[in-house]
Design a protein around this ligand. Sequence first.
Ligand SMILES: [Zn+2]
Length: 314
Amino acid sequence: MNKKLALSIDIGGTNCAYGLVDSLGEIHYENSVETATFGEAIKFVSFLKQDEEIYNSLNQIIGIGIGAPNGNHFTGEIQFAPNLPWEKGIIPIKNYFETEFQIPTILTNDANAAAEGEKLFGSAKELENFIVITLGTGLGSGIYINNEILYGSNGLAGEFGHIRVVKNGRQCKCGRNGCLETYASSSGIIRSFEEFKADYSSSSLYDEKTIKAKMIFKHAINGDSFAKFLVDYTANILGNALADFTAFSDPQAYILFGGIAQSGEYFRSLVQNYFDQNSLNIYKNKVQILNSNLHDKNAAILGNAASIFKRIKY
Ligand SMILES: [Zn+2]
C-alpha cells in the first residue's frame, strides 16, 4: 500500500487525538493520548515520532495537519492557550514538527479545520460560501468566502463566539460581557440552566446528579418543559445572531458542528426558525442552517487532514 496520507493531530486541553487519513477521508489509523502526559509540547512531538504506525508510514505522509486552541495559521504558533497543560505563552508547534519529521506542517484553529473538513468530506462539498459554527465548550466559527477560508490580517478572523449579542449580558472569559458563546455553547446552556432553574419547580433534569449539555437536549426531546425551554432559549439567541452575521458575507449556509449540534434535527430546525423570523428580507429563504454530517466519524481528524490535501501538492 503506498497511498498518500496526512498525519492529522487534534490538540485539546484534555486529550490529543491523532490519525492517518487518505485523500478520500478514510482513516487508516487513529489513537489518542492524554495531553497532560507531556509536560511540554516538544515531548508530545517526540512521542508521535515513536508511534509505530506513524513511524512505518513516514514515507507516505505528505503533510502534518494540526488543529489546536489558539493556533495561529500564519505564525505556526499556539498562542497563550489557557486550557493547555503545556508550557504557557507561545509554543512554536509547526516548527517543532517540521524539525522532528522533516514534513511540511500546517497549523490551524479548530473551527477553520472543521470548515476544511466540511468542504472536502462533509456537508459543504458543493458550497463556496458557508460558515461552520462549532458548538463545544465555547463557540467557534470558520468562514469560507468564494471557496477560500477567511483568515484575516492576523489569522484571527471568525471569532463569532465573542460577538456581543446581549447588552450587559453574561460575563465572558474574554473579559467582556454578553458574548454569543456565553449563551450558545455547551457551557452556555448549563449557565442558562443555573439562571432559570428557580422558574421551574419540577423537571426531569433535577433527577440528574450533574447537568451536562447533551443531557439537556435529551430531556428536551423526551418532553421535559424546562429542558425544552433551555434548548429553545439557546436556539433563539443563536438563530438571531446568525441572522445578523449574514449581512457580513451572505453565506449559502451555516453548518452546525460539534457537541450540542449532535442533538440533530430538533435543535437545527429551531435555529432555522429563529433565523428565518429575524433575517433581513433580502436573505429570506436563501440561507440554510445545516447539521454537519461528519459527526459519526472523527470530524477533527478529518478536518486537519483536509487542510493538508487542499494545500500540499502531491
Ligand atoms: Zn467573549
